[in-house]
Design a protein around this ligand. Structure first.
Ligand code: ASN
Ligand code: ZN
Length: 333
């Protein structure tokens, strides 16, 4: 009765107040989720080595929303791992990052003033820094989903992290990271096609990336050109992020959950969106059935067309929309 799986409450920096699946062990509660492959969160204590200390406490109420409370970022991380698990399970029937039922653990408070977060296949774990001055943790939900999706890509197409395949790898993480944000639909983290809009990584309130018009960040590509693969993978990703936005939502101006978008196209193409749900199914099937480590943009077009044909049929409106959306980012025209 006293042992085992419990439902606690946490207040994260970004997630607000959320339920958390926890574990009771004797008189202590642990930030460990026995229902999702045993996912847990540790405090790195600002170190960069080891796997930290499992968060535990005497009551099942975690964090207070302030970054200065060490549990608050842990609540975000633990919730982010749970939401990512649920997104993959309920959207694609995927059971964990490797589809083997195993949960990944998360490490927070890594290093001092560390302005990044990363996935590591070696430890099968997520790591989050506390950001500038240790006061801006990198634990927003779309970042959590982005990083853990690197693990999914590793376990499937294994897209090489350079050149055009690297841009496709990064875009896959942005696409699924934002999809986790839509899936969770938290009142304190309005679902959108912006990446990292709450972490204020630029210090001026702007997001890290924009999927409707990637060039709004000043560096990302909106469309394919010969040599786009020479950009850093976080900027060559713009082509596929823009493709995905166009496929899901269509070209032109649109307001979604109160956020205004205006997606331009190459080649004077007009794209009518097929909706987020179908666009996600197409990208996931392309990633898991048709892409390989060396897939480039032209081959990604073929992979998504093959996926749309398999899912919705030859000559389907979904297949036609895939071709139109790629034309809108100057791939394969
Ligand atoms: N946050 C970076 C990313 O996921 C870290 C990395 O692994 N490249 O793109
Ligand atoms: Zn990434």
């Amino acid at each position: 009765q006293n042992e085992g799986i419990k439902t606690g409450t946490g207040t994260g920096v970004f997630v607000g107040s959320v339920p958390l699946t926890t574990t009771q062990s004797g008189s202590s509660f642990q930030l460990k989720d026995g229902t999702r492959g045993g996912q847990y969160t540790t405090d790195m204590g600002n170190r960069t080595t080891g796997n930290g200390t499992l968060f535990s406490r005497s009551t099942d109420t975690w964090g207070n929303g302030s970054a200065s409370n060490r549990e608050s970022a842990a609540v975000d991380a633990q919730y982010g791992a749970a939401a990512t698990w649920d997104f993959y399970k309920n959207t694609f029937g995927r059971s964990g990052i490797r589809n083997d039922g195993a949960g990944a653990f998360s490490r927070v408070h890594y290093d001092t003033g560390y302005v990044n977060a990363f996935w590591d296949d070696g430890c099968f774990c997520m790591t989050y820094g506390d950001g500038d001055g240790d006061t801006h943790p990198l634990t927003e939900l779309d970042v959590a989903g982005h990083e853990m999706s690197h693990g999914v890509t590793s376990a499937t197409a294994n897209l090489n992290y350079s050149g055009e395949s690297g841009g496709l790898n990064e875009a896959t993480s942005d696409i699924f990271g934002n999809a986790v944000e839509f899936y969770a639909n938290l009142p304190k983290d309005n679902p959108d096609y912006l990446v990292g809009e709450l972490i204020d990584i630029n210090g001026n309130g702007t997001p890290l990336r924009y999927m409707d018009k990637p060039s709004k960040d000043g560096r990302s590509a909106d469309s394919w050109y010969s040599g786009v693969g020479n950009l850093d993978v976080h900027y060559s990703s713009g082509v596929a992020n823009h493709f995905f936005y166009l496929l899901a939502e269509g070209s032109g101006a649109k307001v979604i959950n109160g956020v205004s978008y205006n997606s331009p196209t190459a080649n004077n193409v007009t794209v009518t969106g097929i909706g987020r749900d179908k666009a996600l199914q197409i990208w996931y099937k392309a990633l898991t059935s048709y892409m390989t480590s060396t897939t480039n943009y032209a081959q990604a077009r073929t992979a998504t067309e093959n996926a749309a044909t398999a899912l919705y049929g030859a000559g389907s409106p979904e297949l036609i929309a895939v071709g139109t959306a790629w034309a809108g980012v100057n791939v394969g025209t």
